[in-house]
Design a protein around this ligand. Structure first.
Ligand SMILES: [Zn+2]
Length: 396
């Protein structure tokens, strides 16, 4: 019987069971891809939502990892905004020690570097992305961020951890590492998809093996408190379908007052009953409905002789297309700007990924957008498809 990865309780309830699914970012050349059980559980004791069976994170975040942050304009813009905000809020000196965990291809630390900050350290376990950061001149260690690892690096005045806390197999070890890495006056900012948005908007395709845990502010507060850390401010962000940015300090640091936002968002979660299983219980039914609707819609287009392709090869696209049981006979191909994904297949389907240039040559009738979080950016960039009567399909 499985137990909660945070509080060890055995009171886990199933939210949604996808059966066997490929790893969402396991882009390969052949159709033979390994599949693993994917079931999402809710802990009735600490309210942590989590995958039932963990896949070894060294299998997931391998040297072949294909997610590069710099390919999205939206991500770069958000990074610039964050830079302005945090350097103001903390009055950061140019020699401040800044650590970014899961620094990917170094896009965020590059913004600090361009603005004269020099004491920077990126920590990134996937070689493919880390080497890209090193080429940009960003000091990067190719490692997983753990408590043991944290003992051997500099301490931070600012520690940044965006979209990584849900990726770690041992959330308590990760938070202990953050505590260890902070100077007494140091601040950490942590971003993750907000469980509240995930459930409220029924984003079932955002559940995948790579995301071991799904956090509410309620659960985050209690886990951080257990490690002598305190959330003193929180912001709601648009990114990734709705995220939280937590501002964290050591509990002993009384310099920053606790913002009203903490109470406000906690109340919002409690009003939505995010601490009760019944709030999660209709996600499965909703996912089935979406599946039927998309299948019917694409089938109608095909029957009327339209050529249907996809745009993008995001992780959520892998989950959605596998959930739909789609193959090349439903979607001829997809396109992605990330050259590392091009000429590979979407895992678990035989749908190939090509360069976006093919759209202008091939003139498809319908483009089904998979990364709906940046759909405005995509529709603007490719609005020329109207010239031949092309249309976009978006399911969110
Ligand atoms: Zn628990």
């Amino acid at each position: 019987m499985s137990e909660c990865k945070n509080c060890k309780s055995k009171h886990l309830k199933s939210v949604i069971n996808f059966g066997k699914m490929p790893l969402a970012n396991d882009f390969i050349k052949s159709e033979n891809v390994r599949k693993y059980n994917l079931e999402i559980m809710f802990c009735e004791e600490c309210y942590l939502v989590q995958v039932k069976e963990y896949i070894n994170h060294k299998i997931i975040f391998n040297d072949n990892y294909k997610y590069f942050s710099s390919y999205s304009k939206t991500i770069i813009e958000n990074g610039k905004e964050y830079f302005k905000k945090i350097t103001n809020k903390l009055q950061l000196n140019k020699d401040a020690s800044i650590i970014e965990v899961a620094s990917n291809d170094g896009y965020l630390l590059s913004i600090f570097k361009e603005n004269g900050y020099n004491n920077l350290l990126g920590i990134e376990p996937t070689k493919s992305t880390a080497y890209s950061a090193i080429k940009k001149g960003i000091n990067t260690k190719v490692e997983f961020f753990t408590y043991n690892f944290a003992k051997n690096i500099q301490k931070a005045d600012l520690l940044i951890a965006n979209n990584v806390i849900t990726h770690v197999p041992d959330i308590n070890d990760f938070i202990a590492a953050i505590d260890y890495s902070l100077n007494d006056e140091g601040i950490a900012t942590i971003e993750f998809q907000h469980l509240y948005q995930l459930i409220k908007n029924k984003y079932f395709e955002l559940f995948y093996h790579e995301h071991f845990t799904y956090l509410s502010l309620l659960t985050a507060k209690s886990i951080f408190n257990n490690h002598g850390l305190e959330i003193f401010d929180v912001e709601e962000l648009q990114s990734q379908g709705g995220s939280l940015r937590l501002y964290i300090k050591k509990s002993s640091n009384k310099f920053y007052p606790i913002s009203n936002n903490v109470e406000k968002i906690t109340k919002k979660e409690l009003d939505f009953k995010l601490n009760q299983f019944k709030t999660y219980s209709d996600l499965n039914k909703y996912a089935e409905q979406i599946k039927d609707n998309i299948k019917k819609h694409i089938k109608d287009k095909k029957v009327s002789g339209k050529k249907v392709i996809c745009y993008g090869a995001p992780a959520k696209g892998t989950i959605l297309l596998n959930y739909l049981n789609f193959s090349k006979s439903d979607i001829e191909y997809t396109v992605d700007k990330n050259s590392n994904k091009q000429n590979l297949l979407i895992p678990g389907t035989n749908i190939p990924i090509y360069s976006v240039d093919i759209i202008k040559k091939d003139k498809p009738d319908c483009i089904f957008i998979l990364p709906w979080n940046i759909k405005e950016e995509i529709m603007e960039e490719h609005k020329y498809i109207k010239e031949w009567g092309g249309q976009f399909i978006s399911y969110r």
